[in-house]
Design a protein around this ligand. Sequence first.
Ligand SMILES: Nc1nc2c(ncn2[C@@H]2O[C@H](COP(=O)(O)O[C@H]3[C@@H](O)[C@H](n4cnc5c(=O)[nH]c(N)nc54)O[C@@H]3COP(=O)(O)O)[C@@H](O)[C@H]2O)c(=O)[nH]1
Length: 758
Amino acid sequence: MELADGTLDAAVMSDPLIRATVEQCGTGLVWVGADGVIVSANPCFVRWAGRPARGSAGHGIGPGTGLVGRPLLSVLDLGGWEWPSVWASLYDEGALPGAGTIRAPRAEPVPVDLHWQLLTGFSEPIAFCQMQGFEERERANAIARLQQDVLELVAAGRSLKLVLDFLCRQVETCAPEVTCSVLLLENGRSLRHAAAPSLPTAYSAAIDGTQIGPSVGSCGTAAWRGAPVEVSDIATDPLWANYRDLALSHGLAACWSHPIKGRDARVLGTFALYYRESHGATAFHRRMLEACVHLCALAIEHDRARAEINRLAFYDTLTGLPNRQLLKDRATAALALAGRTRQPVTLMFLDLDRFKIINDSLGHAAGDRLLVEVATRLTRLFPDGDTLARLGGDEFVALLPGCDAAHASLVAERILAALSQPITIADLTLTPTASVGIAVHPDDGHDFDTLLRQADAAMYRAKQAGRNRCHFYRRDMNEQAVRRLEMEAALREALDRGEFTLNFQPQIRLESRRLYRVEALIRWTHPRWGAVSPVEFIPLAEECGLIDRIDSWVLESSVAQLARWRAAGVTVPGMAVNMSPVRFAHGDLVEQVRQVLAAAQVPPGDLTLEITERLMMTEEVGVHDALDALNDLGVMLSIDDFGTGYSSLSYLKRFPVGELKIDRSFVKELDIDAANRPLVRAMIQIGQSLGLTVVAEGVERETQSRMLKADGCCMGQGYHYARPMDADAFVDWLRAWDAQVAEQDKQNCALPDCGFGL
Ligand SMILES: Nc1nc2c(ncn2[C@@H]2O[C@H](COP(=O)(O)O[C@H]3[C@@H](O)[C@H](n4cnc5c(=O)[nH]c(N)nc54)O[C@@H]3COP(=O)(O)O)[C@@H](O)[C@H]2O)c(=O)[nH]1
């Protein structure tokens, strides 16, 4: 090459002043061609590179130096930079390596600062590099610079791996005789590879996962002791006995390791300097190491804090699942992609059935356990590309990119099957079920909020249809969701506006046909909608927390009505009131019952509270206490809808129950489907053997009434005797009923075989 065979030499050296300057200055100078090959170098660079020139011209520049014709990177390590990138940056005025290390064959490496320039005006452009060696003071500056650079990276939120890699590389540039390694301590027991860009990969892999201990090389021992461990000769030091061959085979002869400690003094990991020859740490190394250990601690703690903030911002703390925000981010990205690729995206809204009751009756800890178990079961069903999130409470949402309606229905089936496996919580075996609503993009919506709303409406439809099932979104569902919201708002105002009234339905002694007592049943007449069934608004009131106020109003009004009847000379033996399980979870029920009875001067024995089997399942001490206190007070407790709830009947022995009400679904077919009779008989016998009064609900025909009486049931309630009616209508009914019974008694007594009284 023209430049390499002396042209430059001749051009530069023609002036004696320039020649003396170039030859005598303490700055390394090197000229490099486009191919990265050295064209010329001055004596300072030659000296650092450890290649004294041949012949008398040895201290000159040009072809005689012994370096000309060699690639620059064979003597100057640029910390990972390739020559084509350097050359391109020179042309484009881009970023260039600011530091490097001159590696001489038999001399200490020389760390240098680099200043680049592209020289033109020759037949080809040429790269010119000036380099200055670090002095001690400059090394100190290098540490300060290193600290500043690392802190900037940490503050910029760069990844821990990138920060630690950068730190190692910078240290190796300032102190080329060392190789750095950072290990992180996991679970207080094992060391995990974090950064070691210049250590052989096989070596890093071999020590990854090493358990710390009292003699586990330098790092394992330093982490174990929580103190620095300086091993200047791995070949002989007993701490390295088990790792010696590994280290030596990778050319590692010495290692000084320092524990990295957090602000609470706990060991977070280790920072180590390796040497290729037996070597103790120099003063500079100690200073450097000290700074690095602090920087590592800062970077690690910052990374952990960031991870924690990220977890709190985007993940549900109870289940560890993504939260609504992360779900929304992912759904928005999935929908944007789907818009381009025309792929479907499914959103599934899943709500556990009767979770509120489990939570209220078994307590929040039990509710939490159930949620965690459900999250675990569901997580197993979704592959990596899908997202399962918890929105809060018992609501989960799955995002399934690429999933169409057909596949979604298979997934929903798998969800219902996985959930239906029994789970034991607080010594109770529960079988969780869920209602699932599905909305599919593009048919049901194009954005996250719309799809979520549609999936929610479909889920609500699944609940209404009997729970434990899945429903796809249909357009008319929105109207129902809107109605539900409207109803909730109206329900909140109904009490104050006096829209609730009470109906009363008699319960009859089957033997004597006399009135046993009446059951109070709430009625709601909305100004626009008319009569709204309690089947619709009672569950809604339970869900939105209004049931306490409603049940309290019913209790107060019905006991007051009983007192009014009695004051008017109407003989009503007792009053039954429905009490939601949710009302029992709130502590003031017993006191309220006491006050209401006292105010109306009604004896406690004349009041019956109808409660459901599910309340009996509770393990909450407060509920047990309330049941005991009501019983002590003399109030009767009656199990409503008996036979529809739980398979275990052990609660009948444990709780102070006085009565069973056989659910009307069993009575309904009693005289039509013969299979129902043994069931009803069994329920009557259970009640009798425990000394409980048995009431049959939903008696609609005389044949049913006769069968129940024949099987030993004492009381009946149903349309056969009377429909629920308002207080005045009830008084008229009672007069007529009593007259009819008296007449019948008279006729019966007139018969010759009349053998029993009432
Ligand atoms: N927490 C409260 N729950 C209440 C209150 N009032 C009612 N309810 C609960 O709402 C459900 C529906 O009640 P309702 O529509 O009033 O129906 C009652 C009767 O009308 C009906 N019934 C009575 N006899 C017959 C019959 O022969 N056939 C037939 N098909 N239905 C009949 O049964 C309901 C009474 O049920 P129960 O309470 O189980 O005895 C219902 O679950 C009520 O409990 C309230 O104030 N608070």
